[in-house]
Design a protein around this ligand. Structure first.
Ligand code: UDX
Length: 426
Protein backbone atom coordinates (compact mmCIF):
# COMPACT_ATOMS: atom_id res chain seq x y z
CA UNK A 1 0.00 0.00 0.00
CA UNK A 2 1.27 3.53 -0.77
CA UNK A 3 1.10 5.62 2.37
CA UNK A 4 1.80 9.28 3.03
CA UNK A 5 2.64 10.17 6.64
CA UNK A 6 2.38 13.91 7.29
CA UNK A 7 4.56 15.08 10.20
CA UNK A 8 7.85 13.44 11.13
CA UNK A 9 7.80 13.96 14.88
CA UNK A 10 8.31 10.96 17.09
CA UNK A 11 4.86 9.49 16.32
CA UNK A 12 4.99 10.09 12.56
CA UNK A 13 8.53 8.85 12.19
CA UNK A 14 7.91 5.66 14.16
CA UNK A 15 4.58 4.99 12.43
CA UNK A 16 5.98 5.59 8.94
CA UNK A 17 9.11 3.53 9.55
CA UNK A 18 7.27 0.54 11.02
CA UNK A 19 4.65 0.63 8.23
CA UNK A 20 7.52 0.51 5.73
CA UNK A 21 9.04 -2.40 7.63
CA UNK A 22 5.67 -4.16 7.37
CA UNK A 23 6.07 -3.94 3.59
CA UNK A 24 4.20 -0.76 2.65
CA UNK A 25 5.71 2.04 0.56
CA UNK A 26 5.82 5.08 2.80
CA UNK A 27 6.38 8.77 2.05
CA UNK A 28 7.19 10.69 5.21
CA UNK A 29 6.47 14.36 4.75
CA UNK A 30 7.56 17.36 6.78
CA UNK A 31 7.84 21.03 5.96
CA UNK A 32 11.07 21.25 7.96
CA UNK A 33 13.60 21.00 5.10
CA UNK A 34 16.58 20.46 7.38
CA UNK A 35 14.87 17.59 9.18
CA UNK A 36 13.94 15.90 5.89
CA UNK A 37 17.51 16.27 4.60
CA UNK A 38 18.84 14.74 7.82
CA UNK A 39 16.41 11.81 7.58
CA UNK A 40 17.14 11.32 3.89
CA UNK A 41 20.81 10.85 4.85
CA UNK A 42 19.69 8.11 7.24
CA UNK A 43 20.32 10.20 10.35
CA UNK A 44 17.64 10.34 13.04
CA UNK A 45 16.98 13.65 14.81
CA UNK A 46 15.48 11.99 17.93
CA UNK A 47 16.77 9.32 20.31
CA UNK A 48 14.55 6.26 20.04
CA UNK A 49 16.11 2.80 20.49
CA UNK A 50 16.00 0.69 17.31
CA UNK A 51 14.51 3.39 15.10
CA UNK A 52 17.66 4.41 13.32
CA UNK A 53 18.43 0.83 12.16
CA UNK A 54 14.88 0.40 10.84
CA UNK A 55 15.04 3.68 8.94
CA UNK A 56 18.28 2.76 7.24
CA UNK A 57 17.01 -0.75 6.38
CA UNK A 58 13.78 0.48 4.83
CA UNK A 59 15.41 3.34 3.01
CA UNK A 60 17.73 0.77 1.44
CA UNK A 61 14.72 -1.39 0.51
CA UNK A 62 13.30 1.76 -1.13
CA UNK A 63 10.16 1.46 0.97
CA UNK A 64 10.80 4.59 3.01
CA UNK A 65 11.08 8.04 1.46
CA UNK A 66 11.44 11.49 2.97
CA UNK A 67 10.11 14.58 1.25
CA UNK A 68 8.94 18.15 1.80
CA UNK A 69 6.63 17.92 -1.23
CA UNK A 70 3.33 17.31 0.55
CA UNK A 71 1.19 17.83 -2.56
CA UNK A 72 2.99 15.21 -4.61
CA UNK A 73 2.95 12.74 -1.72
CA UNK A 74 -0.82 13.22 -1.25
CA UNK A 75 -1.45 12.68 -4.95
CA UNK A 76 0.64 9.53 -5.04
CA UNK A 77 -0.85 7.83 -1.97
CA UNK A 78 -4.42 6.59 -1.35
CA UNK A 79 -3.74 6.41 2.41
CA UNK A 80 -2.78 9.55 4.33
CA UNK A 81 -1.73 9.54 7.99
CA UNK A 82 -1.91 12.82 9.89
CA UNK A 83 0.73 12.83 12.62
CA UNK A 84 1.42 16.54 13.08
CA UNK A 85 1.73 18.12 16.52
CA UNK A 86 -1.28 19.37 18.48
CA UNK A 87 0.39 21.50 21.16
CA UNK A 88 -1.62 22.27 24.27
CA UNK A 89 -2.62 25.71 25.40
CA UNK A 90 -2.43 26.50 29.14
CA UNK A 91 -6.17 25.84 29.64
CA UNK A 92 -5.97 22.35 28.09
CA UNK A 93 -7.37 23.39 24.70
CA UNK A 94 -5.34 22.58 21.60
CA UNK A 95 -3.54 24.60 19.00
CA UNK A 96 -4.78 22.98 15.78
CA UNK A 97 -2.80 25.22 13.40
CA UNK A 98 -0.76 22.32 11.98
CA UNK A 99 -3.78 20.03 11.49
CA UNK A 100 -5.79 22.82 9.88
CA UNK A 101 -2.97 23.54 7.48
CA UNK A 102 -2.83 19.85 6.49
CA UNK A 103 -6.62 19.73 5.97
CA UNK A 104 -6.45 22.83 3.79
CA UNK A 105 -3.75 21.26 1.60
CA UNK A 106 -5.65 17.97 1.48
CA UNK A 107 -8.81 19.76 0.34
CA UNK A 108 -6.82 21.32 -2.51
CA UNK A 109 -5.20 18.06 -3.57
CA UNK A 110 -7.90 15.38 -3.31
CA UNK A 111 -8.63 14.24 -6.86
CA UNK A 112 -9.03 10.51 -6.12
CA UNK A 113 -10.39 8.61 -3.10
CA UNK A 114 -8.29 8.99 0.07
CA UNK A 115 -8.36 7.20 3.38
CA UNK A 116 -7.29 9.84 5.90
CA UNK A 117 -6.12 8.47 9.23
CA UNK A 118 -5.67 10.81 12.18
CA UNK A 119 -3.01 9.66 14.64
CA UNK A 120 -2.38 13.03 16.26
CA UNK A 121 -4.03 13.23 19.69
CA UNK A 122 -7.05 15.48 19.28
CA UNK A 123 -9.86 16.56 21.60
CA UNK A 124 -13.14 14.64 21.38
CA UNK A 125 -15.16 15.91 18.42
CA UNK A 126 -12.17 17.11 16.36
CA UNK A 127 -12.35 14.39 13.70
CA UNK A 128 -16.06 15.08 13.13
CA UNK A 129 -15.08 18.73 12.60
CA UNK A 130 -12.39 17.69 10.11
CA UNK A 131 -15.06 15.92 8.04
CA UNK A 132 -17.24 19.04 8.13
CA UNK A 133 -14.29 21.21 7.09
CA UNK A 134 -13.40 19.00 4.13
CA UNK A 135 -17.02 18.98 2.96
CA UNK A 136 -17.27 22.76 3.46
CA UNK A 137 -14.18 23.12 1.30
CA UNK A 138 -16.01 21.35 -1.52
CA UNK A 139 -14.80 17.75 -1.14
CA UNK A 140 -17.59 15.24 -1.73
CA UNK A 141 -17.99 12.80 1.17
CA UNK A 142 -17.63 9.88 -1.27
CA UNK A 143 -14.05 11.04 -2.01
CA UNK A 144 -12.65 10.23 1.41
CA UNK A 145 -12.95 8.15 4.55
CA UNK A 146 -11.76 9.65 7.79
CA UNK A 147 -10.46 7.28 10.45
CA UNK A 148 -9.23 7.97 13.96
CA UNK A 149 -6.42 5.62 14.95
CA UNK A 150 -4.74 6.94 18.12
CA UNK A 151 -1.24 5.82 19.06
CA UNK A 152 -0.22 4.42 22.42
CA UNK A 153 3.55 4.48 21.87
CA UNK A 154 5.80 4.98 24.85
CA UNK A 155 8.89 7.02 24.19
CA UNK A 156 11.92 4.79 24.48
CA UNK A 157 9.77 1.75 23.53
CA UNK A 158 8.01 3.23 20.51
CA UNK A 159 9.28 0.73 17.93
CA UNK A 160 8.37 -2.28 20.09
CA UNK A 161 4.98 -0.78 20.94
CA UNK A 162 4.19 -0.16 17.28
CA UNK A 163 5.00 -3.79 16.38
CA UNK A 164 3.24 -5.22 19.46
CA UNK A 165 0.20 -3.12 20.31
CA UNK A 166 -2.11 -4.38 23.09
CA UNK A 167 -5.00 -3.35 20.87
CA UNK A 168 -5.58 -1.31 17.73
CA UNK A 169 -8.16 1.37 18.35
CA UNK A 170 -10.04 2.48 15.26
CA UNK A 171 -12.74 5.12 15.10
CA UNK A 172 -14.74 4.97 11.89
CA UNK A 173 -17.69 6.66 10.29
CA UNK A 174 -18.46 3.69 8.03
CA UNK A 175 -17.63 0.07 8.95
CA UNK A 176 -16.40 -0.54 5.34
CA UNK A 177 -13.38 1.68 5.90
CA UNK A 178 -12.02 -1.02 8.25
CA UNK A 179 -10.93 -2.96 5.14
CA UNK A 180 -8.02 -0.59 4.55
CA UNK A 181 -7.04 -0.62 8.22
CA UNK A 182 -7.00 -4.42 8.30
CA UNK A 183 -4.80 -4.44 5.21
CA UNK A 184 -2.45 -1.87 6.74
CA UNK A 185 -1.94 -3.82 9.94
CA UNK A 186 -2.45 -7.36 8.63
CA UNK A 187 0.97 -8.45 9.92
CA UNK A 188 0.28 -7.25 13.46
CA UNK A 189 -1.23 -9.60 15.99
CA UNK A 190 -3.60 -7.45 18.06
CA UNK A 191 -7.33 -7.20 18.61
CA UNK A 192 -9.27 -4.34 17.05
CA UNK A 193 -11.43 -2.02 19.09
CA UNK A 194 -13.78 -0.47 16.58
CA UNK A 195 -15.78 2.54 17.70
CA UNK A 196 -16.96 5.96 16.59
CA UNK A 197 -14.52 8.75 15.69
CA UNK A 198 -15.16 10.50 18.99
CA UNK A 199 -15.01 7.17 20.84
CA UNK A 200 -11.47 6.58 19.54
CA UNK A 201 -10.42 10.09 20.52
CA UNK A 202 -11.84 9.49 24.00
CA UNK A 203 -10.07 6.12 24.41
CA UNK A 204 -6.71 7.81 23.94
CA UNK A 205 -7.43 10.38 26.66
CA UNK A 206 -9.05 7.81 28.94
CA UNK A 207 -5.98 5.52 28.73
CA UNK A 208 -3.48 8.24 29.51
CA UNK A 209 -5.64 9.80 32.22
CA UNK A 210 -6.13 6.41 33.89
CA UNK A 211 -2.40 5.64 33.88
CA UNK A 212 -1.66 9.11 35.26
CA UNK A 213 -4.31 8.48 37.93
CA UNK A 214 -2.56 5.25 38.95
CA UNK A 215 0.69 7.18 39.37
CA UNK A 216 -0.87 9.99 41.41
CA UNK A 217 -2.72 7.40 43.50
CA UNK A 218 0.46 5.55 44.41
CA UNK A 219 2.21 8.86 45.07
CA UNK A 220 -0.53 10.02 47.43
CA UNK A 221 -0.42 6.61 49.07
CA UNK A 222 3.35 6.97 49.51
CA UNK A 223 2.78 10.16 51.51
CA UNK A 224 0.38 8.29 53.80
CA UNK A 225 2.68 5.25 54.05
CA UNK A 226 5.58 7.55 54.93
CA UNK A 227 3.64 8.83 57.95
CA UNK A 228 2.99 5.22 59.08
CA UNK A 229 6.57 3.97 58.39
CA UNK A 230 5.38 1.57 55.72
CA UNK A 231 7.48 0.55 52.70
CA UNK A 232 5.68 1.76 49.54
CA UNK A 233 7.23 -0.82 47.21
CA UNK A 234 5.70 -3.61 49.36
CA UNK A 235 2.30 -1.98 48.97
CA UNK A 236 2.71 -1.51 45.21
CA UNK A 237 3.88 -5.10 44.87
CA UNK A 238 0.86 -6.44 46.75
CA UNK A 239 -1.54 -4.22 44.80
CA UNK A 240 0.01 -5.36 41.54
CA UNK A 241 -0.54 -9.05 42.32
CA UNK A 242 -4.28 -8.41 42.24
CA UNK A 243 -5.14 -9.10 38.60
CA UNK A 244 -7.83 -6.44 38.71
CA UNK A 245 -5.20 -3.80 39.51
CA UNK A 246 -2.12 -5.07 37.57
CA UNK A 247 1.46 -4.20 38.53
CA UNK A 248 2.09 -1.41 36.02
CA UNK A 249 2.27 2.32 36.67
CA UNK A 250 2.48 1.86 40.41
CA UNK A 251 6.02 3.19 40.85
CA UNK A 252 5.91 5.98 43.37
CA UNK A 253 8.41 8.80 42.98
CA UNK A 254 8.74 12.34 41.70
CA UNK A 255 5.66 12.00 39.51
CA UNK A 256 4.86 11.90 35.82
CA UNK A 257 6.14 14.14 33.03
CA UNK A 258 6.56 13.85 29.27
CA UNK A 259 4.71 15.06 26.25
CA UNK A 260 1.51 13.08 26.92
CA UNK A 261 0.31 12.55 30.49
CA UNK A 262 0.36 16.15 31.79
CA UNK A 263 -1.06 17.52 28.53
CA UNK A 264 -3.69 14.82 28.08
CA UNK A 265 -5.02 15.00 31.64
CA UNK A 266 -5.34 18.78 31.21
CA UNK A 267 -7.06 18.28 27.85
CA UNK A 268 -9.62 15.81 29.23
CA UNK A 269 -10.30 18.17 32.12
CA UNK A 270 -10.84 20.94 29.56
CA UNK A 271 -13.11 18.72 27.43
CA UNK A 272 -15.23 17.92 30.52
CA UNK A 273 -15.54 21.59 31.47
CA UNK A 274 -16.61 22.45 27.92
CA UNK A 275 -19.69 20.33 28.63
CA UNK A 276 -20.18 21.77 32.14
CA UNK A 277 -18.90 18.64 33.86
CA UNK A 278 -16.68 19.19 36.92
CA UNK A 279 -13.86 16.62 36.66
CA UNK A 280 -12.89 16.07 40.30
CA UNK A 281 -10.49 13.15 39.84
CA UNK A 282 -8.57 14.66 36.93
CA UNK A 283 -8.00 17.87 38.88
CA UNK A 284 -6.76 15.92 41.92
CA UNK A 285 -4.43 13.80 39.76
CA UNK A 286 -2.72 16.97 38.54
CA UNK A 287 -2.58 18.50 41.98
CA UNK A 288 -0.84 15.46 43.47
CA UNK A 289 1.60 15.43 40.57
CA UNK A 290 2.30 19.16 40.80
CA UNK A 291 3.11 18.93 44.52
CA UNK A 292 5.03 15.65 44.52
CA UNK A 293 8.41 17.33 43.93
CA UNK A 294 7.73 19.51 47.01
CA UNK A 295 7.37 16.42 49.20
CA UNK A 296 11.00 15.53 48.42
CA UNK A 297 12.22 19.12 48.80
CA UNK A 298 10.54 19.40 52.21
CA UNK A 299 12.30 16.21 53.33
CA UNK A 300 15.61 17.58 52.08
CA UNK A 301 15.01 20.84 53.96
CA UNK A 302 14.90 18.94 57.25
CA UNK A 303 18.65 18.34 56.79
CA UNK A 304 19.63 21.97 56.09
CA UNK A 305 18.56 25.31 57.47
CA UNK A 306 18.76 26.69 53.92
CA UNK A 307 19.78 25.40 50.49
CA UNK A 308 21.48 28.63 49.44
CA UNK A 309 24.98 27.90 48.18
CA UNK A 310 24.55 24.12 48.53
CA UNK A 311 25.91 22.05 45.67
CA UNK A 312 23.24 19.61 44.47
CA UNK A 313 23.84 17.00 41.79
CA UNK A 314 20.83 15.74 39.84
CA UNK A 315 21.08 12.50 37.89
CA UNK A 316 18.59 12.26 35.03
CA UNK A 317 17.23 15.25 33.14
CA UNK A 318 14.80 13.64 30.68
CA UNK A 319 11.25 12.84 31.81
CA UNK A 320 12.14 9.13 32.00
CA UNK A 321 15.00 6.76 31.06
CA UNK A 322 15.86 5.82 27.45
CA UNK A 323 14.81 9.14 25.98
CA UNK A 324 16.31 12.58 25.42
CA UNK A 325 12.92 14.23 25.84
CA UNK A 326 12.82 16.77 28.68
CA UNK A 327 9.24 17.97 28.12
CA UNK A 328 7.50 18.45 31.49
CA UNK A 329 10.36 16.50 33.07
CA UNK A 330 10.02 16.31 36.85
CA UNK A 331 13.81 16.67 37.06
CA UNK A 332 13.60 20.10 35.48
CA UNK A 333 10.68 21.11 37.71
CA UNK A 334 12.73 20.03 40.73
CA UNK A 335 15.85 21.85 39.51
CA UNK A 336 13.88 25.06 38.97
CA UNK A 337 12.60 24.96 42.54
CA UNK A 338 16.07 24.22 43.93
CA UNK A 339 17.56 27.13 41.96
CA UNK A 340 14.94 29.47 43.42
CA UNK A 341 16.16 28.34 46.86
CA UNK A 342 19.69 29.38 45.87
CA UNK A 343 21.21 25.91 45.33
CA UNK A 344 23.97 25.35 42.74
CA UNK A 345 22.96 22.53 40.39
CA UNK A 346 25.23 20.17 38.55
CA UNK A 347 23.66 17.42 36.50
CA UNK A 348 24.30 14.27 34.55
CA UNK A 349 22.09 12.43 32.07
CA UNK A 350 23.24 9.53 29.86
CA UNK A 351 21.66 11.17 26.77
CA UNK A 352 20.61 14.74 27.50
CA UNK A 353 23.86 16.65 27.42
CA UNK A 354 22.74 19.96 26.02
CA UNK A 355 23.75 22.90 28.12
CA UNK A 356 20.83 23.83 30.40
CA UNK A 357 20.22 27.34 31.65
CA UNK A 358 21.74 28.08 35.08
CA UNK A 359 23.10 24.57 35.65
CA UNK A 360 26.28 22.71 34.79
CA UNK A 361 25.74 19.53 32.77
CA UNK A 362 28.59 17.03 33.02
CA UNK A 363 29.47 14.36 30.48
CA UNK A 364 30.90 12.05 33.10
CA UNK A 365 28.74 10.66 35.88
CA UNK A 366 31.54 10.78 38.47
CA UNK A 367 32.60 14.33 37.51
CA UNK A 368 29.00 15.40 38.11
CA UNK A 369 29.20 14.41 41.76
CA UNK A 370 32.48 16.07 42.72
CA UNK A 371 32.09 18.28 45.81
CA UNK A 372 28.31 17.81 45.99
CA UNK A 373 26.42 18.18 49.25
CA UNK A 374 23.46 16.23 47.93
CA UNK A 375 22.80 13.71 45.15
CA UNK A 376 19.28 13.45 43.76
CA UNK A 377 18.22 10.58 41.47
CA UNK A 378 15.45 11.97 39.28
CA UNK A 379 15.21 9.25 36.60
CA UNK A 380 15.49 5.48 36.92
CA UNK A 381 18.33 4.81 34.46
CA UNK A 382 19.87 1.37 35.02
CA UNK A 383 23.27 3.04 35.00
CA UNK A 384 22.37 4.84 38.25
CA UNK A 385 21.69 1.56 40.04
CA UNK A 386 25.08 0.10 39.27
CA UNK A 387 27.52 2.93 40.01
CA UNK A 388 30.50 2.49 42.31
CA UNK A 389 28.88 3.89 45.47
CA UNK A 390 32.14 4.04 47.38
CA UNK A 391 33.66 6.21 44.65
CA UNK A 392 30.54 8.42 44.58
CA UNK A 393 30.66 8.89 48.33
CA UNK A 394 34.39 9.70 48.25
CA UNK A 395 33.86 12.33 45.52
CA UNK A 396 30.99 14.00 47.35
CA UNK A 397 31.42 16.57 50.07
CA UNK A 398 28.15 15.68 51.78
CA UNK A 399 26.38 12.39 52.39
CA UNK A 400 22.74 12.87 51.39
CA UNK A 401 21.14 10.78 48.67
CA UNK A 402 17.59 11.61 47.57
CA UNK A 403 16.05 8.70 45.70
CA UNK A 404 13.31 10.24 43.57
CA UNK A 405 12.50 6.96 41.80
CA UNK A 406 12.86 4.33 44.52
CA UNK A 407 15.64 2.49 42.73
CA UNK A 408 18.08 2.29 45.63
CA UNK A 409 17.93 -0.08 48.59
CA UNK A 410 18.06 2.25 51.63
CA UNK A 411 19.84 -0.35 53.83
CA UNK A 412 22.53 -1.02 51.23
CA UNK A 413 23.24 2.64 50.56
CA UNK A 414 23.44 3.40 54.28
CA UNK A 415 26.27 0.86 54.47
CA UNK A 416 28.26 3.31 52.29
CA UNK A 417 27.67 6.02 54.95
CA UNK A 418 24.96 7.82 52.97
CA UNK A 419 21.89 9.35 54.56
CA UNK A 420 19.03 8.11 52.43
CA UNK A 421 15.99 10.30 51.70
CA UNK A 422 12.97 8.70 50.07
CA UNK A 423 9.22 8.75 50.58
CA UNK A 424 7.84 5.69 52.39
CA UNK A 425 11.08 3.73 52.11
CA UNK A 426 12.22 1.49 54.96
C1 UDX B 1 2.73 7.62 27.64
C2 UDX B 1 1.83 6.38 27.45
O1 UDX B 1 2.38 5.30 28.20
C3 UDX B 1 1.70 6.04 25.97
O2 UDX B 1 0.80 4.95 25.82
C4 UDX B 1 1.17 7.27 25.25
O3 UDX B 1 1.03 7.05 23.88
C5 UDX B 1 2.11 8.45 25.47
O4 UDX B 1 2.22 8.69 26.88
P1 UDX B 1 5.33 8.13 27.64
O5 UDX B 1 4.93 9.55 27.92
O6 UDX B 1 6.36 7.85 26.61
O7 UDX B 1 4.03 7.27 27.23
O8 UDX B 1 5.90 7.54 29.03
P2 UDX B 1 5.47 6.50 30.14
O9 UDX B 1 6.43 5.40 30.14
O10 UDX B 1 4.05 6.16 30.07
O11 UDX B 1 5.76 7.38 31.46
C6 UDX B 1 5.14 8.65 31.64
C7 UDX B 1 5.63 9.29 32.92
O12 UDX B 1 5.12 8.62 34.05
C8 UDX B 1 7.15 9.33 33.11
O13 UDX B 1 7.52 10.59 33.63
C9 UDX B 1 7.42 8.24 34.12
O14 UDX B 1 8.57 8.47 34.89
C10 UDX B 1 6.15 8.33 34.98
N1 UDX B 1 5.82 7.07 35.66
C11 UDX B 1 5.48 5.97 34.93
C12 UDX B 1 5.81 7.03 37.06
O15 UDX B 1 6.11 8.01 37.74
N2 UDX B 1 5.46 5.85 37.66
C13 UDX B 1 5.09 4.74 36.97
O16 UDX B 1 4.77 3.73 37.62
C14 UDX B 1 5.12 4.80 35.56
Amino acid sequence: MKICVIGTGYVGLTTGTVLADLGHEVYCVDKDKLKIETLARGEVPIYEPGLSELIVRNKDRELLHFTTDIRRAIQKCPVIFITVGTPANEDGSQDLTAINEVIKTLAEEITSHKTIITKSTVLPGTNEKIIETLIDKGIDSSMFDLISNPEFLREGNAVYDMFHPDRIVVGVKRKESMKIVEELYEKLDAPYIITSLTGAEMIKYASNAFLATKISFINELSRICDAYNVEITDIANALGQDKRIAPYFLQAGLGFGGSCFPKDVRALEYAAKQKNIVPEILTAVQHVNDTQVDVYIEKLMTHFTKLEGKKITVWGLAFKPETDDTRESRALVLIKKLLVKGAHIQAYDPIVQLPQKSITVHHDIYESIRGADVLIIATEWNQFKTVDWKKVKDLMKGDILVDGRNIIDPKRIESYQFQYIGVARQ
